[in-house]
Write a protein that binds this ligand. Structure first.
Ligand code: ZN
Length: 402
């Protein structure tokens, strides 16, 4: 589909290259064709759309490497999913997709949804039939019988069954797979340190995905499960709460990306009075060790993607900029590294080299923020304009209909 070229002018943060104080970005046919000084930008024929960033900053569209589109952030995460019919979950997911894109996130990785809902929504968006970010979906999360988040997944055990489950999700259109390698905060009955799968079981599923060049996301909170997942071939470790030196060395030697979701814990603790006590107790239990582990990984130079785990209690979609702020505030990342965590490194989790940076040939997804995220990472929350595939995204649903 042809539409007029778009030119953005102002301070540019390409992410993988140095900032350009008086820069310009040109998008033609959905792809970036120029990034450089405004003075040398190509002359565009009449009809080009121009966006002036003013005192704001032009950055790549953000990428959120861990979300649950079917969940809306209500206090009862599990209840909100299990009590809803597929049609209701589909509507929720579609609304969350719009909210995500409007907040400046142009691609997400959905790590667990029932009934193929995230896969189907991703197809609708890709075909231009519904608004939203690009969606890379895991389909159903693969979890052990009686394990964490069965309502977002399928319960499987045994190496042959694990491999079959991975094949099934990929055949149904998943972009990668999600392995639930440990217990989790939101499943009170299962201890966080619980590691239900042997390395061989995880490896059987991971091997199927990796043979097809797909990503393997491992929900991994406890020490043992995290290490097993890494040895089994996980390409990303989700949450990364308990990381000792051995786990950090494994992250480095396996070339895996660590996906942080600090925001999910912070939001639960902020609303502790209205969340189930057992869940709050777990969130409190992991708070300090989580920060310590992430600092250890950061010091070792492990690639860190900041993600939202959106959909969890009081954690609505579109909040990945908040995770970037926590990476600066709690973990001590520089503003440049925090920006990279929610753009280029997050895109790496999706195995998408065309996302998360402003370069010629990259996808034409651009955000204009207020202020300068290099001075104050909070500027990432102040999204002024969103460009998706070279077109300006309407600011809100009202604007879309007027
Ligand atoms: Zn999650």
């Amino acid at each position: 589909m042809k539409h007029p070229p778009l030119l953005l002018r102002g301070r540019v943060l390409p992410v993988l290259d140095a900032p350009i104080p008086h820069g310009a970005v040109v998008i033609e046919d959905g792809v970036i064709t120029y990034v450089g000084p405004a003075a040398r930008a190509p002359h565009l024929p009449g009809g080009a759309t121009e966006v002036d960033a003013g005192d704001g900053t032009i950055i790549p569209g953000m990428v959120d490497a861990h979300v649950h589109l079917v969940a809306d952030g209500s206090a009862d995460f599990m209840g909100s999913v299990v009590r809803s019919a597929p049609e209701e979950l589909t509507r929720t997911a579609a609304a969350n997709a719009v909210r995500t894109l409007t907040a400046g996130t142009v691609a997400v990785r959905d790590l667990g949804a029932p009934d193929g809902i995230a896969v189907a929504l991703g197809r609708e968006i890709a075909a231009g039939r519904l608004p939203g970010p690009q969606i890379a979906a895991a389909g159903r999360a693969i979890t052990a019988p009686g394990g964490h988040i069965p309502y977002l997944g399928v319960e499987v055990q045994g190496a042959a069954e694990m491999a079959d489950a991975a094949r099934t999700e990929l055949a149904r259109g998943a972009d990668g797979i999600k392995l639930v390698a440990t217990g989790g905060v939101l499943t009170p009955a299962v201890a966080i340190g619980n590691a239900p799968y042997e390395e061989a079981e995880l490896a059987a599923a991971a091997g199927v995905a990796r043979a097809e060049g797909r990503w393997v996301a491992a929900h991994a909170i406890g020490y043992d499960g995290t290490k097993r997942a890494l040895r089994a071939g996980a390409t990303t470790i989700e949450h990364g709460v308990y990381l000792d030196d051995e786990a950090v060395d494994l992250l480095a030697s396996c070339g895996a990306v660590l996906v942080t979701t600090r925001i999910a814990v912070v939001r639960m603790l902020r609303n502790a009075d209205v969340i189930e006590g057992a869940v709050v107790a777990k969130a409190e239990e992991i708070q300090d060790v989580n920060i310590e582990s992430l600092r250890r990984a950061a010091r070792a130079g492990i690639p860190i993607a900041g993600a939202s785990d959106a959909g969890t209690p009081f954690n609505p979609h579109g909040g990945v900029a908040e995770e970037a702020a926590l990476l600066v505030g709690d973990i001590g990342l520089s503003t440049a590294d925090a920006l990279r965590a929610v753009t280029a490194t997050a895109a790496r989790c999706l195995l998408r080299s065309d996302l998360g940076h402003l370069s010629v040939g990259a996808a034409g997804h651009v955000v204009v923020t207020g202020g300068d995220p290099m001075d104050d990472v909070g500027a990432l929350r102040d999204v002024r304009s969103v460009v998706f595939g070279g077109r300006l995204v309407p600011r809100s649903a009202d604007e879309e209909t007027t």
